[in-house]
Design a protein around this ligand. Structure first.
Ligand SMILES: [Cu+2]
Length: 160
């Protein structure tokens, strides 16, 4: 009788552990994805950079679930003097070059990816370099959704 009681307790303990693991996994993924009304922003991240670097780039996938086009108008961050919207284009010499863009349109029902060698946020005049695995805040200004603030996680570029 006593043995049986112990077994039950062990199994219950395992179930609790499993439940906690599931909970912590979902907490991790939701911490990295955001929903602001009709906007869903997935995996906001920034590349790991060496200390004393003055510029960095930010990436994420922005989904517009509304029936109207959304427009990203600009961004700010407390870690940077300014944040520009950039794209990569082929220059006259055939090399890829970064160019500022006025705005980034997220068409109704579509996802626009900010990713390396494509559209991205350019953080200029960094006042601090965020270490690998840590986050820093960025505020995005959208035409319809207004200002939204999210955390970009610093990751190794190799993962992308
Ligand atoms: Cu850039």
């Amino acid at each position: 009788m006593k043995t049986r009681y112990l077994k039950t307790k062990v199994i219950m303990g395992m179930k609790t552990t499993l439940a906690l693991m599931v909970l912590s996994f979902s907490a991790v993924s939701s911490a990295h994805d955001y929903t602001f009304g009709d906007l869903a922003i997935a995996h906001p991240w920034s590349k790991e950079i060496p200390p004393n670097t003055s510029v960095s780039a930010g990436f994420m996938a922005i989904t517009n679930k509304s029936a109207q086009n959304e427009v990203l108008l600009g961004a700010t961050s407390p870690v940077a003097a300014s944040v520009e919207l950039h794209t990569h284009l082929h220059g006259d010499d055939g090399m890829m070059q970064m160019r500022p863009v006025e705005e980034i349109v997220i068409p109704a029902g579509e996802t626009v990816e900010l990713r390396p060698h494509s559209l991205h946020l350019m953080l200029m005049g960094l006042n601090q370099v965020t270490p690998l695995g840590e986050t820093f805040p960025v505020t995005l200004t959208f035409q319809n959704a207004g200002e939204v603030t999210l955390d970009l996680k610093v990751e190794k570029a190799l993962h992308h």
